[in-house]
Design a protein around this ligand. Structure first.
Ligand code: TMP
Ligand code: ASP
Length: 244
C-alpha cells in the first residue's frame, strides 16, 4: 500500500477528524481523546481514548474485512489513525439489539436485560439538534435519506456483522448487547460500512460479572472508563487469532 500523507482537515466530528490525502478517494481518519454523550451535552477529554478506539476499531474492521464485509476501512496507519475510502455518510444510524437496555427500555417501558428471540434492527435519523430520533424505513424512503436497496443492504450487512461479532466476542467472555453502525457511499455509489466500531458505539457486558465495558461507564458515571476500553483491547488483541 502506497503511503498517504495527511493534507488539510475536511471534517471534525465529536470523536474523529478527517483529512484529505493525495488521492481524492482516500481519507485519513484520526481518533480524538474526546468523550461525548447525550448528543454532545456531556463532554470530557481522556488521554489515551483515541488510541484505544483506533486500535479496537481497526482490529474489528480487519476481522470483518477478512469475512467479506464491504468496508470503508483500508488499514490502520499508526496509533491514532486509519486510512479509509472517502464516503458520503447516509444520515441514518442503524442499531441492532440482542438484549434489551438503553433507549429501548426507556422508550417502550420494557424490562432491562431481556434476551431477544432474534436481533432487533432500528433506524435513527442522524441529527444532533433533533436528538437523533428513531425513524421508520418509510421516513427514510420518503425524505430521501436512503433507497429501498440501501435499506435492505444495510439490514443484511448489519445482521451479518452482528453474527460475526457475536462469534468474535463470545470466546473472549464478552456479551455483545447492542451496537450502532453507519454506512456511506464511495465515489462509485457503492454502499460501504463506515464510521467506527468501538466501545463508544457498542454495549459490551462482561459475561461472568455483567460489568459494563463500554461508553455506558461514561454516560452513567460508573468510573474507570478507560480501564474498560483497555480491557476490551486486552482481550481482543490477546485472542487466539488461529481460532478467530
Ligand atoms: P441506545 O440504547 O442509547 O439507543 O444505544 C443503542 C446502541 O447504539 C448502543 O450500543 C450505543 C450506540 N449508540 C451510538 O453509537 N451513538 C449514539 O449516539 C447512541 C444514542 C447510541
Ligand atoms: N454519540 C452521542 C453523543 O456523542 C450520544 C451517545 O453516544 O450517548 O452525544
Amino acid at each position: 500500500m502506497a503511503a498517504y500523507t495527511k493534507k488539510e482537515q475536511i471534517y471534525e466530528g465529536k470523536a474523529k477528524k478527517l483529512f484529505r490525502t493525495e488521492d481524492p478517494d482516500k481519507t485519513i481518519i484520526e481518533y480524538k481523546d474526546s468523550f461525548t454523550a447525550f448528543n454532545g451535552e456531556k463532554r470530557a477529554e481522556m488521554s489515551g481514548k483515541g488510541r484505544l478506539n483506533n486500535l479496537i476499531s481497526s482490529e474489528i474492521f480487519g476481522f470483518l474485512a477478512k469475512r467479506g464485509v464491504p468496508l470503508h476501512f483500508i488499514e490502520r496507519i499508526d496509533e491514532l489513525s486509519q486510512l479509509a475510502v472517502m464516503v458520503k455518510i447516509l444520515p441514518l444510524e442503524v442499531v441492532v439489539r440482542n438484549i434489551t437496555t438503553g433507549s429501548l427500555c426507556k422508550r417502550l417501558g420494557v424490562g432491562e436485560g431481556i434476551k431477544l428471540p432474534r436481533p432487533l434492527i432500528e433506524f435513527y435519523y442522524k441529527d444532533d439538534a433533533l436528538g437523533d430520533p428513531l425513524v421508520t424505513e418509510d421516513h427514510a424512503l420518503l425524505f430521501g435519506w436512503a433507497t429501498e436497496d440501501d435499506l435492505s443492504s444495510m439490514k443484511r450487512i448489519t445482521l451479518r456483522v452482528n453474527d460475526i461479532l457475536k462469534a468474535l466476542f463470545e470466546p473472549l467472555g464478552i456479551v455483545l448487547v447492542d451496537f450502532k453502525l453507519e454506512f456511506g457511499k464511495n465515489s462509485a455509489g457503492e454502499l460501504l460500512l463506515a464510521d467506527e466500531i468501538s466501545p463508544d458505539t457498542c454495549r459490551f457486558w462482561d459475561a461472568s460479572t455483567g460489568d459494563r465495558l463500554d461508553k455506558d461507564r461514561f454516560r452513567k458515571d460508573l468510573g474507570d472508563v478507560l480501564g474498560a476500553y483497555e480491557e476490551i483491547w486486552r482481550r481482543l488483541s490477546g485472542r487466539n487469532k488461529e481460532l478467530s
